[in-house]
Ligand binder design. Structure first.
Ligand code: CMP
Length: 134
């Protein structure tokens, strides 16, 4: 069965056309269906809802400010085992870890820091991706 996942290219990466293209190629190569795609700026309330579980953490403010700082490239993807597959392509959350352990993962290639780690992927199936927010 197909599983939906929300895949985001974060602002620092979304502003580099070459990076967006390369990520798009990876999505297609890995046989995801692109259900919806949008170039948009995330609203503050939207970002806070998405990152609710990180509220109170040291990096929360930095994270939300970064996510709303400019246009993102947002995809709703569908694939068998979509959530896990997309997270696998992204690699480890922290870009420096990713560069050492999985240098060819998306974060290994395009991540700049723990916060600016190039991409986001749903951790679990969520209502978030079913509304009209992207
Ligand atoms: P993401 O997968 O979007 O989910 C939470 C985000 O918090 C993560 O990617 C990073 O962008 C950000 N973040 C910033 N600092 C850290 C950190 N030290 N550990 C984990 N995530 C961090």
């Amino acid at each position: 069965t197909l599983e939906l996942t929300l895949a985001l290219i974060k602002p620092h990466a979304a502003k580099v056309p070459y990076v967006v293209k390369a990520i798009e190629r990876k999505i297609i190569k890995n046989k995801f269906y692109i259900v919806k795609r949008s170039h948009c700026v995330m609203h503050l309330d939207h970002a806070s809802r998405m990152y609710e579980e990180h509220k109170g953490k040291s990096f929360y403010k930095r994270l939300v400010e970064m996510m709303t700082s400019g246009p993102i490239e947002a995809f709703i993807l569908a694939r068998e085992d979509g959530i896990r597959t997309w997270r696998g392509l992204m690699g480890p959350t922290r870009a420096l870890d990713a560069q050492y352990t999985q240098p060819t993962s998306l974060r290994g290639l395009y991540g700049l820091s723990n916060t600016r780690n190039a991409t986001h992927g749903s951790g679990r199936p969520s209502y978030f991706i079913y509304n009209d927010s992207i």
